[in-house]
Write a protein that binds this ligand. Sequence first.
Ligand code: NDP
Length: 444
Amino acid sequence: MSYVDEIYERVVEQNPGEKEFHQAVKEVLDSLRLVIEANEEKYRKAALLERLVEPERIISFRVPWVDDAGNVQVNKGYRVQFNSAIGPYKGGLRLHPSVNQSILKFLGFEQVFKNSLTGLPIGGGKGGSNFDPKGKSDREVMAFCQSFMTELSKYIGADQDVPAGDIGVGGREIGYMYGQYKRLTGLYEGVLTGKGLTYGGSLARTQATGYGLVYILDEMLKHNGKELAGKTVVISGSGNVAIYATEKAQQLGAKVVALSDSNGYIYDKEGIKLDVVKQIKEVRRGRIKEYADEVAGAVYTEGKGIWTVPCDIALPCATQNELNLEDAKTLKSNGCFVVAEGANMPSTREATDFFLESGMLFMPGKAANAGGVATSALEMSQNSQRLSWSFEEVDAKLKDIMVNIYAKAADAAERYGVPGNYVAGANIAGFEKVAEAMMAQGIV
Ligand code: NDP
């Protein structure tokens, strides 16, 4: 049996029930097959793949807190420190009822390659809790965040592990966690990114994932003789990534006609009015449905049907496995020719294969949403320097990084004989740097 298949079987056997983790490992290993086969003896001897698929450490802990009714609540907290070969662990914290070890391991594993692709010195990690911030008061969110950080603070640090936001973790949650870290340790250091601008945050971090997604999309379109201006775009989600992807796509002349949340989607044939969405989501923390109450002509549909809306370009920006084979076929038959993933692993494996086989342009999340973590790394640099760069400076660096990620993914795909396959290209380019660093550092 090939080394790759052997390792995949081992992962399934040793991590029973972790289906999202199995899915992420399979996708990466399948596209690394050629690289691994070319170096099989060397990698086998160093048990490189065995080490690559095993997190360096998983910390799991209880998070007790008291709700507004005076009841004690207990959630599960985690940090997966996956791989530190090229830098301190870096990756978001997710607060969502679906969070479990499998989801965080898949996200941490993906993060290793994504962070490598950015060209910056950051290893991969991910963490979070099954706590649901939706419907909680500010005081309850603070109580949870303080309890979560009380335990997590023992394992993180500016040169050790630097978490950031993800689903359910925005500026408010990062603020509460940072305050608690500082109180416990007495350190004013860049231990979290996505901080507020008054206490060490970076300009353009809020926009970075969405903007970066559109920068790499634009680059991919240009290299394939197409352009973004004038295209119709459908974006799922209406959180941080979706909002700023909409903003940048609109700035570059595209028309975004649909957004969603976990209850349903809105369609506005005149083009989404982003100020209304920001008011609903960033200020009121409301539901996307409210858009249709406020904007004449907009239609709200309950349920998951956003991929039935005809478009040229689809940007899934909500969550994992939100776009399946049937959705992929519907998109294609409605004329969609480009998919770029703002979320992590939003397309199922079957959908991804369909995009690649049917000749659509497809940019996987690992490359397409790397702008967020890249700008987090820029926030770390500013914290270390005790300086703040201007919005334009950070945005220009972000754009450069996204253009470089495109070039790396396209080049690796060419080198291994699969031109235009950015899934393989991104995995290979991300892997090469991590593998070389792991080999150089010996058996650790
Ligand atoms: P937010 O919490 O800001 O927004 C998430 C959005 O997705 C919301 O509209 C939410 O709807 C929707 N959503 C979440 N879960 C589901 C679900 N199970 N079904 C349908 N819709 C769902 O998160 P972000 O925008 O930060 O993250 C979105 C994706 O992008 C995630 O995959 C994340 O890992 C990825 N990402 C984020 C980065 C960042 O910098 N923020 C960086 C790189 C990747 P509702 O409000 O109803 O829950």
